[in-house]
Design a protein around this ligand. Structure first.
Ligand code: PLP
Length: 858
C-alpha cells in the first residue's frame, strides 16, 4: 500500500473486479455463513448487497461530514410512503459498477441477473405519492443536495395482489422475512413518542403560564438508515425510517407473575404502530392507528431535526435557515403542532416567535383535490390521542380567525377558513393546517395548482396570495430510463453521449434524428427487444401468448374510478365487437395491458378488476379475434413490474376524468420510454402536450372546465348518452347480460347501473371521442415511420419532466438549499446546548446524544 495514502482513504473498498470477487467470497463465507457450493440465490443476493454496501459507506460518511462541516441547510422530506423499488440494480448503476459486478459474479460462477431477481421490492407506498418521494431522493443525492427522507419502516408493505378466479385477493407482504441488507439499524437513535394523557397548566414564579403533557403512554421510535446513492456515487444521502419499540416503561415489575404474559402482550401491541402500511383508497375514513402512525413518524423526525440542529446552534432563531421540512401531503401535517409544542412547551419560546420559526421551516405539497381524500380528523380523536396538540390547533385557529375577521365580516368565509370543520361531527382540516403552518404550498402540475387556487384553497389563497406555487412532478431518469431500458439508453448514449443521465433536457439533441432512417430502425429494434422481454414476463405470469408485433396499449396504475379503467375496457369490448362483425378485415393487432391494485375496501374497484379478467378470458379464447386483440391483466403491479412494462409500451393510457388526476407520473415514465400518450387534458398531460407538441399526442375528451359545467349544470344524463350510442349500448348490454360472466350473469350489474344512473366520472360522456381517437392512434400504427418518428419525438421532448428539474425548483424557490460537494472543509463549531426548559419530565436522557449520524458530528 502506498504509505502516503491519506488516512481517510484507508479501508476504502476498491471498485475493480478482483476486489469485488474477493469481497463476495468473504461476505458469503464469514457473514452469510455459506460456502460456494451451498449458497442459494438468496444467499448470493445478501452477499452482493453487502459487498456493494461496503462501497457506499465511506462515501456516505464523506457526504455527512461535508454537510456538517459547512453547517449547510438540509431538506427533510417527510413522507408516509417511499416506494423505492429494488436497490441492488440501482446501487450498481449509480455507482457505475454494473459491468464490473457482472464480471466478478461470472468469475465465481454466479449469474448476476438471477441474483437481482430475488431481491424483494420494498412496497412501502401505495402508488404515485410514494414513488415521487423515491424519485426526489434519487434526484437530491444525484445533484448533491443535502436531503433526508423520513418515513416509517413498515414491517408489512402494501399487500401482495393475486388473482383467484379473476378476483383480487390480498396477501401480506412480509418483505423483511429474509432480512434487509441495505438498512443500518440504529438502536441508539431512539425518541420517545407520547400519546393520550392529559394537559396540566402550570405557573412559574413570575406567573407565566405553561403546559405539561402528563400521564401519557409512550413508545419509542427507533431509526433504520438506508443510504441513498446519487448517480456517480459522490453524494450518498440518508433515508431514515422509524420503527416502533416498546419503552422500558413497560416495567414488568409492575405486573405480578400472573400478568407477565399480559405485559408481553402490551409490548407487542405498542409495536403494532409500524407494523403495516395502510392501503388507502381515496375514500377511506381515518382510523386511530393510522393517525397515531402519522404522529409517530412525524414527531420522531422533528425531534431528530432539532437534535441535529441543536449540536451547532444555541438558539432556534436560525432553524429556518438550517432546516427545510417538506410535508408530502397532509399525512405529516401534525408536525406543525408538534414543532410548536416542542418550541413553546419544551424550550420556552414565546408563541409568536415559535410560530414565525415554524412557518418559515415548513412547506406543504398538496396531492389531491378529491374532497373525500382530504384528511380531516375528528376533534374528539385528536383531543384524546394528542390533547396538547388539540389545544395548539385551537390557539393557531383562534389567532388566525381573529386576524381574518378584521378583513371580512363574511361568516361563511370565516367558517371556510377555519381549521375546524363544524359541520356535523367536528373535524380538524389537515389541509388548512398544513397551509397555515407553511410558507409555501405547492400543487404538482400547472392545472392542479390552478384548480387548488379555485377550489380547496380558494379562501386561504385570497388571504395569502403568494403562498401557492406550482412544482410540476418529475421522474428520475436513472431508474426509469438508464436502468429500466438498457437498449434505449445505449442507443441514446451512442448518439449524444451520457450526460443526459443527469441532464435530461439534452435528449432534445435527438430531435433531428426523428426522421433519420437508421436511427428509426435502431429505435424500433430497442422497443422490440423490450416488448419481447414483456411478452416473456406475461407468458410466465398469466400464461397468455402475446404478439410482439401488436400495438402494446398500456394502462398501469392504481385501479380507481376516476382513472377510468372502465372507459378503456368499454372501448376494448366495442373493438371486440367490431372485430367479430368484420373478422376478415386487416385489423392492426392490439394487446391491451392492464395492471394495478385496488384498495381492499374499495368494492367497485375490485369489481372492475374482476371485469377486466373476465373480459380477458372471453376475448383471449375467442377463435374469431385470435391475433387481432388480446387482453392482459398482470397481477401485483409494483415498481419492479413497472420497470418491465414502461420500456415496452407503444401507447400510454392517461384517461382520467379531467380535473381529477393531480399530475400523474406514469404518464412521464411512458413518454420518456417512447410511448405515445392517449389522454385527457388532465394533470401533467397538459404540460406533456406542450412539450411533445399536439401532433405527437392523442388528446380527447372534456376539459376540466367542461367537466365542472356539465356536473353543475344538471344537464348530463348518461342514460340518454348511452341511448344515442349503439356501440356503447351494445358493450354495456353484453356486460349487463352476463356475456363475460355466464356463471353469474348479474355480477357486473353494479358497474352498469352506476354508469346508467350517475356516471360521476363521465365515462359515457367521453366514450365516443375516446373511441375515435383510439382508432386514429391504432391506424397510425400501420405507418411505421410516422409512428416511430412520433415515439422518438416523445423521448426527445420530455426531458423537462426529470425529477432533477423538479427538485432544483423546490431547492431554489421553496427550500433555499444549495448543493454541498463532499470534500474537506473546516468543521463548524459545536454550540453550547439549546435552551431546554425540559418542562416535560419524560425524556430522562432517552434522547440520543449523537443521533447515529456516522459519528460525523465530531
Ligand atoms: C409511477 C407509479 C405509479 C403512479 O402511476 P400513475 O399512472 O401516475 O398513477 C404508481 N405505482 C407505481 C408502482 C409506479 O411506478
Amino acid at each position: 500500500m502506498d504509505v502516503r495514502t491519506k488516512p481517510r482513504e484507508i479501508g476504502r473498498k476498491s471498485l475493480d473486479v478482483e476486489a469485488l470477487k474477493r469481497s463476495f467470497v468473504e461476505w458469503l463465507v464469514y457473514s452469510v455463513g455459506k460456502d460456494l457450493r451451498s449458497a442459494t440465490r438468496r444467499d448470493w443476493f445478501a452477499t452482493a448487497a453487502l459487498a456493494v454496501r461496503d462501497r457506499v459507506v465511506d462515501r456516505w460518511m464523506d457526504t455527512t461530514r461535508a454537510v456538517y462541516a459547512q453547517d449547510a441547510k438540509r431538506v427533510y422530506y417527510l413522507s408516509m410512503e417511499f416506494l423505492v423499488g429494488r436497490l441492488l440494480t440501482n446501487s450498481l448503476a449509480n455507482l457505475g459498477i454494473m459491468d464490473a459486478c457482472r464480471v466478478a459474479a461470472d468469475g465465481i460462477g454466479v449469474r448476476l441477473d438471477d441474483v437481482i431477481e430475488v431481491e424483494p421490492d420494498p412496497a412501502l407506498g401505495n402508488g404515485g405519492l410514494g414513488r415521487l418521494a423515491a424519485c426526489f431522493l434519487d434526484s437530491m443525492a444525484t445533484h448533491h443536495l443535502p436531503g433526508f427522507g423520513y418515513g416509517i419502516r413498515y414491517e408489512y408493505g402494501l399487500f401482495e395482489q393475486r388473482f383467484e378466479h379473476g378476483w383480487q385477493v390480498e396477501y401480506p407482504d412480509n418483505w423483511l422475512r429474509f432480512g434487509n441488507p441495505w438498512e443500518f439499524p440504529r438502536p441508539e437513535v431512539l425518541y420517545p413518542i407520547q400519546f393520550y394523557g392529559r394537559v396540566e397548566e402550570v405557573r412559574d414564579g413570575s406567573g407565566r403560564k405553561s403546559y405539561r403533557w402528563a400521564d401519557t403512554e409512550k413508545v419509542f421510535a427507533m431509526a433504520f438508515d438506508t443510504p441513498v446513492v446519487g448517480f456517480g456515487g459522490q453524494t450518498i444521502n440518508t433515508l431514515r425510517l422509524w420503527s416502533a419499540r416498546a419503552t422500558s416503561d413497560f416495567n414488568f415489575g409492575h405486573f405480578n407473575e400472573g400478568d407477565y404474559l399480559k405485559a408481553v402482550e402490551q409490548k407487542v401491541l405498542s409495536e403494532n404502530l409500524s407494523r403495516v402500511l395502510y392501503p388507502n383508497d381515496a375514500t377511506e375514513v381515518g382510523r386511530e392507528l393510522r393517525f397515531k402512525q402519522e404522529y409517530f413518524f412525524t414527531s420522531a423526525s422533528i425531534q431528530d431535526v432539532l437534535r441535529r440542529y441543536g449540536q451547532y446552534h444555541s438558539s432556534f432563531d436560525q432553524l429556518p435557515e438550517k432546516a427545510a421540512i417538506q410535508l408530502n401531503d397532509t399525512h405529516p401535517a401534525i408536525g406543525i403542532a408538534e414543532l410548536m409544542r416542542l418550541l413553546v412547551d419544551q424550550h420556552g419560546l414565546e408563541w409568536e416567535h415559535a410560530w414565525d420559526i415554524t412557518t418559515r421551516t415548513f412547506s406543504y405539497t398538496n396531492h389531491t383535490l378529491l374532497p373525500e381524500a382530504l384528511e380531516a380528523w375528528p376533534v374528539r380523536l385528536v383531543e384524546r390521542v394528542l390533547p396538547r396538540h388539540m389545544q395548539i390547533i385551537y390557539e393557531v385557529n383562534a389567532r388566525f380567525l381573529q386576524r381574518a375577521k378584521r378583513s371580512t365580516g363574511d361568516l361563511a368565509r370565516i367558517q371556510r377558513l377555519s381549521l375546524i370543520d363544524e359541520h356535523g361531527d367536528r373535524r380538524v382540516r389537515m389541509g388548512n393546517m398544513a397551509f397555515l403552518g407553511s410558507h409555501k404550498v405547492n400543487g404538482v402540475s400547472a392545472l392542479h395548482t390552478d384548480l387548488m387556487k379555485q377550489t380547496v384553497f380558494a379562501d386561504l389563497h385570497q388571504e395569502f396570495p403568494d403562498r401557492i406555487v406550482n412544482k410540476t412532478n418529475g421522474i428520475t431518469p436513472r431508474r426509469w430510463l438508464h436502468q429500466a431500458n438498457p437498449p434505449l439508453a445505449r442507443l441514446i448514449s451512442s448518439r449524444i453521449g451520457q450526460s443526459w443521465i443527469t441532464d435530461l433536457e439534452l435528449l432534445a439533441d435527438l430531435k433531428p434524428k426523428a426522421d433519420d432512417e437508421t436511427f428509426q430502425e435502431e429505435f424500433r429494434r430497442a422497443k422490440r427487444q423490450n416488448k419481447k422481454r414483456l411478452a416473456a414476463y406475461i407468458a410466465r405470469h398469466v400464461q397468455v401468448d402475446v404478439n410482439v408485433d401488436s400495438l402494446f396499449d398500456v394502462q398501469v396504475k392504481r385501479i380507481h374510478e376516476y382513472k377510468r379503467q372502465l372507459l378503456n375496457l368499454l372501448q376494448t369490448v366495442a373493438l371486440y365487437n367490431d372485430i367479430r362483425d368484420n373478422p376478415t378485415k386487416e385489423w392492426v393487432p392490439v394487446t391491451k395491458i392492464f395492471a394495478g391494485k385496488a384498495a381492499p375496501s374499495y368494492q367497485m374497484a375490485k369489481l372492475i378488476i374482476k371485469l377486466i379478467n373476465d373480459v380477458a378470458t372471453v376475448i383471449n379464447q375467442d377463435p374469431v379475434v385470435r391475433g387481432a386483440l388480446k387482453v392482459v391483466m398482470l397481477p401485483n403491479y409494483n415498481v419492479t413490474q413497472a420497470e418491465v412494462i414502461m420500456p415496452a409500451a407503444d401507447l400510454s393510457e392517461q384517461i382520467s376524468t379531467a380535473g381529477m388526476e393531480a399530475s400523474g407520473t406514469g404518464n412521464m415514465k411512458l413518454a420518456l420510454n417512447g410511448a405515445l400518450t392517449i389522454g385527457t387534458l388532465d394533470g401533467a398531460n397538459v404540460e406533456i402536450r406542450e412539450h411533445v407538441g399536439a401532433d405527437n399526442i392523442f388528446i380527447f375528451g372534456l376539459t376540466a372546465d367542461e367537466v365542472r359545467e356539465l356536473r353543475q349544470g344538471g344537464a348530463f344524463h348518461p342514460r340518454e348518452v348511452i341511448a344515442t350510442n349503439p356501440r356503447l349500448k351494445r358493450a354495456l348490454d353484453m356486460i349487463a347480460s352476463g356475456v363475460f360472466s355466464p356463471d353469474d350473469p348479474q355480477r357486473f350489474r353494479p358497474i352498469v347501473e352506476s354508469l346508467y344512473n350517475t356516471d360521476h366520472f363521465l365515462v359515457t360522456a367521453d366514450f365516443e371521442e375516446y373511441c375515435n381517437t383510439h382508432a386514429a392512434a391504432v391506424e397510425l400504427y400501420r405507418d411505421r415511420t410516422g409512428w416511430t418518428r412520433r415515439a422518438i419525438l416523445n423521448t426527445a421532448s420530455v426531458g423537462w419532466f426529470s425529477a432533477d428539474r423538479t427538485v432544483k425548483e423546490y431547492a431554489s424557490e421553496i427550500w433555499g438549499v444549495t448543493p454541498v460537494l463532499p470534500g474537506s472543509a473546516e468543521p463548524a463549531e459545536a454550540a453550547p446546548p439549546l435552551p431546554d426548559a425540559s418542562r416535560e419530565g419524560g425524556s430522562r436522557g432517552d434522547a440520543p446524544k449523537d443521533g447515529g449520524d456516522l459519528e460525523a458530528a465530531e
